[in-house]
Structures are given as C-alpha cells and as structure tokens.
Design a protein around this ligand. Structure first.
Ligand code: XLS
Ligand code: NI
Ligand code: NI
Length: 444
C-alpha cells in the first residue's frame, strides 16, 4: 500500500499516518497494540485481521438520531451531489490510508447520489465506481465487499425482494445488478446482502412463505448473474433479528444457514456476522461465529459492539477485549478470515464531533482486535484450554462411546449399555476453572 493518498485537499489536516507506538504511548493518535507487520503464527497482524472501514458510518452518518438533527458537518459536503460524492471519496481514501486499513465496504447509495431516475442512478453509480477504482489503484486499498441499500428509500418501506408489490422487487434488481457490476469493476472479495426490510411488521397482512420464497428466488438470480459476469467470491447474508422490521427473516446465523441450505444455496452463500446483531438476537458474538464455523459458512465479520442495556443496534466501536478474544478464538480455530475481514460497522456517538474522533474510534477497535488476536494465539498454541475442552468428551474416543458417535449402535444396544452402567458419576464442567485460566492469560 502506498503512503497517504490525498486528493485536491486534505480533509483530515494535521493528522498523519497512524503509527504503532506500543502500550506505553500516551499519544491518542497511535496504535498501542496493533503492530501491522508483527508476525503471529506465521502471518502478519494485518493479514490476520484484514481491517475494513465502513463507508456509511464513517463518511455518511452525521450524528442525526430520531430526536435530533445532525451534529457533524462534513468538510467534503457540497451543493452539487456528484461533487460531494467525489470529495467524499477523497476523504474516505485519505482516511483509509492514514489509519492503515487495507479494505473498505460500501452501499451503492453511500458512494453515489441516487439521482432522479433509475437510469440516473446507474449512471451516477458507474461513474463513482470509476472514481473509486482510480483511488484503489493509487493507494492499494481493496474492496472487502459492497452491497445495495434497498432499505432506506421510501419505495422499500414494505421490503425489497420480499415486497408484496412486484414493481418494487424489480426496482430492487436495478440496484442489486448494478452493485454486482460495480463489485466486478472494483475486484470485491465478497458481496453482501443485509435484509434491512426483508421481514415483516404484522403477520395479519403478511404471507411469510411467499415472501421468503421470493427472497430465495431473488438471491438465486443475483447469484446466477454474479457468476455469469465472473464473480468468484462468496455471497454473504448478514443476519439480524429485528430493526428496522419487527421480525427479520435472517434472524440469526442458525436461521440464515437453515434458509441457505433449504434453498440449495450452500455452494455460493455464507454469512457475514455482526457482533451487535448477534447480541440483539440474544446470543453472544462468539456464538453466532461458532454456528457459522461449524457449518463452514463463516464468511466475514462486522466488528462493532452493542450496549447491553439497550435493545437496539448501537453500532459502537469495539473496545471489549474479552468479546474480541472470544471472537478471535473462533476465527483462528477456523483457519482465519479467508476472503472475509473485520469491517468496523461502527459509528461515532452523536456527541463525538472532532475530526480526530473518527481516528480514535478506529484505533481503539483495531487495538482491541489486535489484543484479541495475540491472546487467542497464545491460548491456542499453549493448548491448555483445548485440552480441558476435549477432556470433557473423552468418553466418546473409545469403546461404546466411539461406537455411538460412529453410528454403530442401535437404540436397543444404547439402552442396554445405560441399563448395565448404573447411575453415571457426576462430572464437573469446570466452568469456573477455565474462566479463571482465561483471566490469567488476559492479565497474568
Ligand atoms: C445494519 C447493517 C448494515 C449492513 C450492510 O444494521 O449492519 O450496516 O452491514 O447493509
Ligand atoms: Ni452490518
Ligand atoms: Ni448493524
């Protein structure tokens, strides 16, 4: 990656490339734990972590919330929408290179104005894709994934692919086809579907079966088109249980995987797991990652964190090292991120209004996952935790237990073994012991 790329002017003046200074540094604009070129288990930290910046939060979210107007004035805004989009791209690539992220992610409408018609939409998007391509080439920053925003515009208020009106379904195809074309132009590593309005508010007016069949049909068509134009990466479904709809069809990882398999899409589709979505579904982040890993469908990760007192998607920058450690344990044990990455689907708080805050938020997130990576690597390579886990399943490694696991016993035989063995001895799960050991790794 070349050094800092700056267009006509700097949008983050006074901030240079963020250096690694180590844990004793008190410079808020330096990494304390993320040392990009440090090698861990045969790979550099940057290769393991594959950090990506989310265009929508970092360069579009202006602090507005349901109770207040924007708090952030972007220096790249402009009264002409295309000029604003080009300036925003300059600001984005300036940020990517200064923070040292190798990847970025975007929705079509983050990077390009929608225009007054579908034709104008396409024209704007393809022009902006050219602008992004030249900035990718100049900096070496790559596209982790892109997606189509088929949830914000009022036309999608009843859904996109699951809309009861075919006119809206076909209008969504305008955006999804163009977004697949753009993915090819930019060499995207993955393509994402997040079903923001693919769900329902009220079963009284909803035919759930028909809507989910339409969703599968739409995904098959997108898959076929993507493959036809030469896209070879995975298509990713990003589960979320609710918000904005009351009940979203891709509720959690297990639901999305069940749907993918039921519809015969398992050769092409995997999941993009977002921490805050997993916790909204009543799971831990690590749980949803593990569900995907076990199904061989762990595609990519939206790295953020929620607020345990709030029942919505607060999309905060990750600072919880324990959660990051649990996540990195699953990711490393699954062979790493492959085509995926850690995308900071996280936004500044409404009252974080200094230009440096965007850097500080990302520095914290990157340091948090760097800590998680280093700790997970130590825990895995020392093998103690794995041995404790495996020990619990010891009875299946030989004799009747092994015969059961291999499907060699009938129900009658299993019963006979149970009858003969008497009351099983109590075996402690050693949950406290294992958790205490984790604390020793964290703070010892
Ligand atoms: C919203 C989602 C969204 C997806 C991309 O909750 O996280 O940002 O990641 O559409
Ligand atoms: Ni997300
Ligand atoms: Ni989210």
């Amino acid at each position: 990656m070349s050094d800092v790329f700056i267009g006509e002017r700097a949008y983050f003046p006074g901030i240079g490339k963020i250096p690694y200074e180590g844990a004793s540094s008190d410079n808020p604009l330096a990494f304390k734990f993320y040392d990009p070129d440090k090698v861990i288990a045969g790979r550099t930290m940057r290769e393991h972590l594959r950090f990506a910046i989310a265009y929508w939060h970092s360069f579009c979210a202006n602090g507005a919330d349901p109770f207040g107007t924007p708090t952030m004035a972007f220096p790249w805004s402009h009264h002409d929408p295309m000029t604003a989009a080009v300036q925003k791209a300059d600001a984005a690539f300036e940020f990517f290179t200064k923070i040292g992220a190798d990847f970025y992610c975007f929705h079509d409408t983050d990077v390009s104005p929608e225009g007054a018609s579908a034709a104008e939409y396409e024209q704007n998007l393809f022009r902006m894709a050219g602008e992004l391509k030249s900035r990718q080439d100049a900096t070496g920053v790559k596209l982790l994934w892109n997606t189509a925003n088929v949830f914000s515009h009022p036309r999608y208020m009843n859904g996109a692919a699951t809309n009861p009106d075919f006119a809206v379904v076909s209008r969504a195809a305008v955006q999804v086809k163009a977004s697949l074309d753009v993915n090819m132009m930019l060499g995207g590593a993955n393509y994402v579907f997040w079903g923001g309005r693919e769900g329902y508010m009220d079963l009284w007016n909803t035919d759930m079966r028909q809507e989910t069949e339409h969703l599968a049909q739409f995904l098959r068509m997108a898959r076929d088109y993507g493959r036809k134009i030469g896209f070879t990466g995975p298509f990713l479904i990003e589960p979320k249980p609710m918000e904005p709809t009351k009940h979203q069809y891709d509720y959690d990882a297990a639901t999305a995987i069940g749907f993918i398999r039921q519809q015969g899409l398992e050769k092409d589709f995997m999941c993009n797991i977002e921490s805050n979505h997993a916790t909204l579904a009543g799971h831990t982040f690590a749980h949803d990652l593990q569900v995907c890993a076990d199904a061989d469908m762990l595609g990519s990760v939206d790295a953020n964190q929620g607020d345990y007192q709030n029942g919505w998607d607060t999309d905060e920058f990750p600072t919880n090292v324990y959660d990051a450690l649990e996540a990195m344990m699953v990711i490393l044990s699954n062979g790493g991120l492959k085509t995926g990455g850690l995308n900071f689907d996280a936004k500044l708080r409404r009252n974080s209004t200094d230009a440096e805050d965007l850097f500080i938020g990302h520095i914290g997130g990157m340091d948090t996952f760097a800590l998680g990576l280093q700790l997970a690597d130590r825990i895995i390579s020392e093998g103690k935790v794995k041995a404790m886990k495996q020990n619990r399943y010891e009875s299946f490694s030989s004799g009747d237990g092994a015969a059961f696991a291999q499907g060699k016993l009938s129900m009658e035989e299993l019963r006979a073994i149970g009858m003969a063995a008497g009351e099983p001895a109590a075996t402690s799960g050693k949950q406290e012991k294992i958790r205490n050991l984790i604390n020793q790794y964290l703070f010892g």
